[in-house]
Design a protein around this ligand. Structure first.
Ligand code: IPM
Ligand code: MN
Length: 359
């Protein structure tokens, strides 16, 4: 089959990890006789240096003309500590999500048996943990009206949600729960926030359509604690934009490294696949960044294309690399492989393995 993939490496370690995903996708294309066309474009600080905007129109156009977007990372310390900066790299990613209508960000989290001791959490508490976080991605406080008073002494970020915005992601989360352990946890702050009460009301009434799914509720503060105490209680978590951002970074501790966590951002028309981690500028160019989050994001892209065998093969290759300790420094400190070497290994497994995956 033929697919056009927009590749947006972005900033920091973005380019080096994305390069490994492209390598893996090329190996998949070759093995399964697909035609993947890669269209590279600038985003974030990398785009600002040339175009003075973090999301040039040309980049958006390439994304809209592609079947999916593979996104690297965004952010540069030179903009982080300048509160007066009018434009920031991160705005490129936010605008991209908005323009492409990517309202649902799907973030799977699991404990790998082999890496169980990499997590600072107790092995017995996390062994077998397996959940997926559905984070609303184009609403809430991230996108509400923003202002700073003229004297600079007060500022405001508005948080709004509509029933429609809640329903469209809630449907996806319920459907995912139906295919998993049939449990959905809505995380909110309904004891304080009006928007959270709307989430509860909307999701509760939608639950009637999904009678096989058990719905429960947790306040975000409690959910943050439960994530550490007993993450095995979670199956599907549904939550608004900012709570999902925070909770998923916290959840990454279960897997042993944030460098392993992939995500899919889905809309009605477009889709984008991005690791949940940031641009890790301190590691840029050092060959120590873990490419697996990006590569597993590429696997989610293959699933999205309907290429399930191909996606399984990528995931199997990653499992093999973890089993054999072919890992970057975040996971294998003593005898680590470089970003590129991990990519090369996965490429060779994909090209050479005889038995196609069965699980
Ligand atoms: C993420 C990131 C982004 C977010 C930043 C870079 C704008 O932290 O994808 O989780 O907050 O959504
Ligand atoms: Mn984040």
């Amino acid at each position: 089959m033929k697919f056009t993939i927009a590749v947006l490496p972005g900033d920091g370690i973005g380019p080096e990890i994305t390069q490994q995903s492209v390598k893996v996708l090329k190996a998949i294309a070759e093995r399964f006789e697909h035609e993947f066309k890669f269209e590279e474009a600038l985003v974030g600080a990398a785009a600002m240096d040339l175009f003075e905007t973090p999301l040039p129109d040309s980049t958006l156009k390439i994304c809209k003309n592609s079947d999916a977007v593979l996104f690297g990372a965004i952010g540069d310390p030179k903009y982080d500590n300048d509160p007066s900066a009018k434009v920031r790299p991160e705005q490129g990613l936010l605008k991209l999500r908005k323009e492409l209508g990517l309202f649902a960000n799907i973030r799977p989290v699991k404990a790998y048996d082999k890496l169980i001791n990499k997590s600072p959490l107790k092995a017995e508490n996390i062994q077998g943990a397996n959940m997926v976080i559905f984070r609303e991605l184009t609403g809430g406080i991230y996108f509400g009206e923003k202002s700073t008073s003229e004297d600079g002494k007060s500022a405001s970020d508005l948080c709004t949600y509509s029933v429609e915005e809640i329903e469209r992601i809630a449907h996806l989360a319920f459907q995912a729960a139906q295919k998993r352990s049939k449990k959905l946890t809505l995380v909110d702050k309904a004891n304080v926030l009006e928007t959270s009460r709307l989430w509860r009301k909307t999701v509760t009434s939608l639950a009637k359509k999904y009678e096989d799914v058990t719905l429960d509720f947790l306040f975000i503060d409690n959910a943050a604690m439960q994530m550490i105490l007993n993450p095995k209680q979670f199956d599907v978590i549904l939550t608004e934009n900012m709570f999902g951002d925070i909770l998923s970074d916290e959840a990454s501790v279960i897997g042993g490294s944030i460098g392993l966590l992939e995500s899919a951002s889905i809309g009605n028309k477009y889709s984008m696949f991005e690791p949940i981690h940031g641009s890790y500028p301190q590691a840029k160019g050092k060959g120590i960044a873990n490419p697996v989050a990006s590569i597993l994001s590429a696997a989610m892209m293959l699933d999205h294309f309907g290429l399930t065998e191909e996606a399984k093969l990528v995931r199997n290759a990653v499992e093999i690399s973890i089993q054999l300790n072919v890992c970057t420094k975040d996971i294998n400190n003593d005898n680590h492989y470089s970003t590129e070497k991990v990519g090369d290994f996965l490429e060779s497994v994909i090209s050479d393995i005889d038995d196609l995956p069965i699980n």
